[in-house]
Design a protein around this ligand. Structure first.
Ligand code: G3I
Ligand code: 9MR
Ligand code: ZN
Length: 541
C-alpha cells in the first residue's frame, strides 16, 4: 500500500472477472488513463473517462473509465495523465474466491466458548471464552448453559435475532449457489460429512437451541453482560456475569424462521438434527400463536448492551410462517402467510429487524405450484419492481450503487449488501442477468470502488480497514486486524464521539473513520459478513 500517491482512481481492489464489465471511478477532472500490466509495465489499454457527474452522496465530481476490453488474466494498475495511480488489481475468472473463504472464516473467528487454536486462527488464536452459565434476567436462581455460538460484533454479546439473520444468509447462499461452497475453509470440523458452511452455521444453531425457553418455546432476546467491557478486553478476560434477557417476539419469530430453514437444509446430511431444528421451530411458532399481542423488545433497566429494538413484529411472524410452510407443506402455515401478507409491513427488506424479504423469498422459492396464484404473482412482481428501483438508482449514482444520501446509516454496508442480495434474488427468479451485474457493482463498492478508496473488508484489498471497532483486534497485540471482517461503513448520523468530533460537514458517503473508537462506522458484525458471503458466492459458483 502506498499512501503517498494521489489515489483519485477508485476500483475493486481485488479485481474483476475476466469477461465482466470493468469500470473505475475517477474523482475530479476527466482525463486520459492507461491500464498497465503490473510486472512488465506494459500499457495494455488506453482510454478516456466519460463526462462528469456530480455525485450527491460523496459530494464529488466523478467520471467513469471503462476498461472492459482488457480480458487477459493478470495483475494491473491504472495510471492517469495527472499522475494518479490506482491500487493493483487482478483480472481473473474467480477474483472473489479467497474473499468468500475469508468472509466465511470470519465466523470461525467470531466463535464463542471454544479455544481458537493457532492451527486455525494463526496469530489471532485465543483461549476459550464465556464458557460458564448465564442467569435468566429476573430469576436470579435460574442459571442455564449459555456456551457457544458466535459473538455478535465488536462486542461479545450474543443476540438471537441478528444471529438468525446471519445464519439465514449463509444457508440461503448455500441453497442458491451450492457449487460455490465446495472448497474447505478450513475449520476444525472440515471433512466430517457436510460442507464447511453448514458446519459453521451449526455452531450458531447449537447455541440458538440454548436460547429457547424450556416449556414455552419463546426465545430469549439476547445473552450479554450488563454493560459492554472495555475496548481492549480479550474474550477470555470478559468474565462478568452473563444474563439471558427476556423472551421477545422478534427473537422468537426469527428463531422459528431460521430453524425451519435449517431443518430443510440439514435434512439430507443429518435427518436427526433436521428434526430437532423443526421441532424447535414448531415450538417457537406455538409461542407466537399464544402471544398475538407481544410487541418489540426494550432493554431491562440494568442492561445497557445492544438493544436491537424493533417495534414491527409482524414481519418476523411472516418469515416464520413462510419457512414453516416451505419445510412442512402444512396448510395452517399457508393460511398464516396469507393472513400476514396482507398487512402493511415491508415485504422486500432484509435486515436484523426487517424479515419481510426473507418471508417473501421463502414463499417464492417454495414454488408457484404450491402457492396461492395471486399472492405468488404479486410477491414476484413486487420483488422485481424493487430490484428495478435499485437498478435505476444505481444507474444514477456516481459509484453505481443504489444508496441515496439518506441510506448512509449505521451499518450502511449492510444496506449495500442486502440490496445486492435482493438483486440476486430477482436474478434467480427472473433469469435477468442485469440484476447480477448491478449486485456486482455493489460488491465493487465494498471492495474499494468508493469515494474513500478503501476496502471495507479487513485483510482484503490494497487499502483495507485496519482499525475496526472489534475487541479482539484491539486487545490481541497483533498489528493486523482479524481478517475477513466487514466494517459497518459510512453513517451520516455521526453517531459516536470520534466521528462527531472529526467528520462534521462531510458528505454522507465519506462519514467513515478507520479508527477503533468509531463504533458507529467501523464496528464489524456477523450479519454484515453474512450478506457479503451470499453476494460473493454468486460470483464463485
Ligand atoms: O431506520 C432508520 C431510518 O429510517 C432513518 O432514516 C435513519 C437515520 O439515522 O436511521 C435508521 O435507523 C438506524 C437503525 O440502526 C437502522 O437499522 C438508527 O439511526 C441507528 O442508530 C441504528 O443503529 C443500530 C445500532 O446498533 C444502534 O442501535 C445498528 O443498526 C445495529 O447494527 C447496531 O448493532 C450493534 C449492537 O447494538 C451491539 N453490537 C454491535 C452492533 C453493531 O454496531
Ligand atoms: O463497543 C460498543 C459497541 O459494540 C456497540 O455497538 C456500541 C453501541 O451500542 O457501543 C460500544 O460501546 C461504547 C458505549 O456505547 C459508549 N462508550 C464507549 C463504548 C466503546 O468503547
Ligand atoms: Zn465468547
Amino acid at each position: 500500500m502506498n499512501q503517498s500517491v494521489s489515489r483519485t482512481i477508485a476500483l475493486n481492489q481485488l479485481g474483476y472477472i475476466t469477461d465482466a464489465e470493468k469500470l473505475a471511478v475517477f474523482r475530479g477532472e476527466g482525463r486520459e488513463f492507461r491500464v498497465v500490466e503490473e510486472e512488465s509495465g506494459a500499457v495494455v489499454f488506453t482510454g478516456r473517462t466519460d463526462s462528469p457527474k456530480q455525485d450527491l452522496p460523496s459530494g464529488a465530481s466523478v467520471h467513469t473509465g471503462d476498461f472492459s476490453a482488457v480480458t487477459a488474466p493478470g495483475s494491473y494498475r491504472i495510471e492517469s495523465e495527472d499522475g494518479a495511480v490506482s491500487a493493483v488489481f487482478c483480472i481473473t475468472d474467480k477474483p472473489y474466491h479467497n474473499l468468500q473463504q475469508g468472509l466465511l472464516k470470519a465466523f470461525y473467528f467470531y466463535r464463542c466458548g471454544v479455544e481458537l487454536s493457532e492451527a486455525y486462527a494463526g496469530p489471532w488464536a485465543h483461549k476459550a471464552c464465556h464458557t460458564g452459565t448465564g442467569t435468566v434476567y429476573g430469576q436470579p436462581e435460574l442459571k442455564l448453559d449459555s456456551c457457544g455460538g458466535w459473538h455478535d460484533a465488536g462486542d461479545y454479546g450474543k443476540y438471537s435475532g441478528p444471529g438468525a439473520k446471519a445464519v439465514a444468509d449463509l444457508l440461503l447462499a448455500y441453497e442458491l449457489y451450492p457449487s460455490a461452497f465446495a472448497a474447505p475453509i478450513p475449520i476444525p470440523e472440515s471433512g466430517t460429512g457436510m460442507p464447511d458452511v453448514l458446519l459453521e452455521c451449526k455452531v450458531e444453531l447449537d447455541w440458538l437451541f440454548k436460547m429457547q425457553e424450556a416449556g414455552t418455546g419463546g426465545v430469549y432476546h439476547k445473552l450479554t453482560t450488563l454493560s459492554f467491557p472495555g475496548l481492549d478486553v480479550m474474550p477470555e478476560d470478559d468474565t462478568a456475569e452473563l444474563y439471558f434477557s427476556p423472551v421477545s417476539a422478534t427473537a422468537t419469530g426469527n428463531f422459528a424462521g431460521v430453524m425451519a430453514l435449517a431443518a430443510r437444509i440439514y435434512r439430507p446430511f443429518d435427518p436427526v438434527y433436521a428434526g430437532r431444528c423443526l421441532e424447535a421451530a414448531v415450538q417457537a411458532w406455538s409461542w407466537l400463536e399464544g402471544h398475538p399481542e407481544a410487541g418489540g423488545f426494550t432493554n431491562p433497566p440494568e442492561i445497557s448492551t445492544g438493544e436491537y429494538p424493533d417495534g414491527e413484529v409482524r414481519d418476523e411472524r411472516y418469515w416464520a410462517a413462510a419457512e414453516l410452510l416451505r419445510t412442512t407443506g402444512e396448510d395452517k402455515y399457508h393460511q398464516a402467510v396469507l393472513g400476514l401478507v396482507k398487512l402493511p409491513f415491508p415485504k422486500y427488506e432484509l435486515g436484523w429487524g426487517d424479515m419481510g424479504g426473507y418471508g417473501s423469498l421463502a414463499y417464492l422459492l417454495n414454488g408457484e405450484v404450491r402457492a396461492d396464484a395471486d399472492t405468488f404473482a404479486s410477491l414476484k412482481a413486487g420483488l422485481l419492481a424493487e430490484a428495478d428501483r435499485l437498478l435505476m438508482q444505481s444507474g444514477e449514482d456516481g459509484y453505481r450503487i443504489s444508496l441515496r444520501e439518506e441510506d448512509y446509516i449505521w451499518g450502511s454496508n449492510m444496506v449495500v449488501l442486502n440490496r445486492a442480495m435482493t438483486l440476486l434474488a430477482a436474478e434467480h427468479l427472473s433469469g435477468d442477468e442485469r440484476y447480477a451485474a448491478c449486485a456486482l457493482d455493489h460488491l465493487h463498492y465494498l471492495l474499494g470502488r468508493n469515494v474513500l478508496d478503501i476496502s471495507y473488508v479487513t485483510g482484503f484489498g490494497d487499502r483495507p480497514v485496519m482499525h475496526p471497532h472489534h475487541r479482539p483486534s484491539v486487545g490481541d497485540g497483533v498489528a493486523e486486524p482479524v481478517p475477513g471482517l466487514v466494517a459497518g461503513g459510512p453513517d451520516r448520523g455521526l453517531h459516536d464521539e470520534y466521528v462527531a468530533q472529526h467528520l462534521q460537514g462531510r458528505p454522507a458517503a465519506a462519514c467513515f473513520a478507520d479508527h477503533e473508537d468509531s463504533y458507529s462506522t467501523n464496528e464489524v458484525t456477523i450479519y454484515w459478513n453474512s450478506p457479503a458471503v451470499f453476494v460473493a458466492a454468486r460470483f464463485n459458483r
